[in-house]
Ligand binder design. Structure first.
Ligand code: 9YT
Length: 129
C-alpha cells in the first residue's frame, strides 16, 4: 500500500512549478499504478494552451473558477468546483483560471507521468520512456 500526504511532496522534485501552474505529483510512474495523480494549481489569470498528444488526462476541479475552450469545436465550458473534463481525444484546448482566483485541480494521466514533465512547445508532455 502506498500512503502519502501532500506535505511529503511539497518542495521535492515532484513539486513542479511553472509560469502558469504548479503541479504536485502524488502518484507517478515509479509507483507502478499505471496512471499518475497530480494536485495542480492553475495560477490566477493563467491561460494555457495544451494538447496531450501522448496522454489521456482527466481533470476534476476542487477549488476556484475558470473555463476551458475545446479548440476543435470552439466551445467554451465554465469550470467551478465539481466540474470534470476528460481529454479523451487528446483534445487541443485552452484552460483559463479567472483573474484573482487560482484553480485547484486533481489531474489523472494515462500513461503515468514520470513526475518531472513540463509542457513542450506544442503543449504536450513527452512519454516517460
Ligand atoms: C489541468 C492541466 O492540464 N494543468 C497543467 C498541468 C498538468 N495538469 C499537470 O502536470 O498536472
Amino acid at each position: 500500500m502506498i500512503v502519502k500526504h501532500l506535505d511529503d511532496i511539497l518542495g521535492t522534485a515532484a513539486d513542479v512549478d511553472t509560469d502558469g501552474w504548479t503541479s504536485r505529483r502524488l502518484i507517478y510512474k515509479q509507483d507502478g499504478m499505471g496512471y499518475s495523480v497530480n494536485d495542480t494549481i492553475i495560477k490566477a489569470g493563467a491561460e494555457l494552451e495544451m494538447e496531450y498528444r501522448n496522454h489521456l488526462e482527466t481533470v476534476y476541479c476542487i477549488e476556484g473558477e475558470g473555463e476551458i475552450t475545446d479548440l476543435a469545436t470552439g466551445l467554451t465550458h465554465s469550470i467551478r468546483p465539481g466540474t470534470l473534463y476528460a481529454l479523451n481525444d487528446h483534445d487541443r484546448h485552452i484552460l483559463r483560471a479567472n483573474k484573482g482566483v487560482p484553480m485547484r485541480m486533481v489531474c489523472v494521466f494515462n500513461p503515468p507521468l514520470s513526475g518531472r514533465e513540463v509542457h513542450d512547445e506544442s503543449g504536450a508532455y513527452a512519454l516517460a520512456d
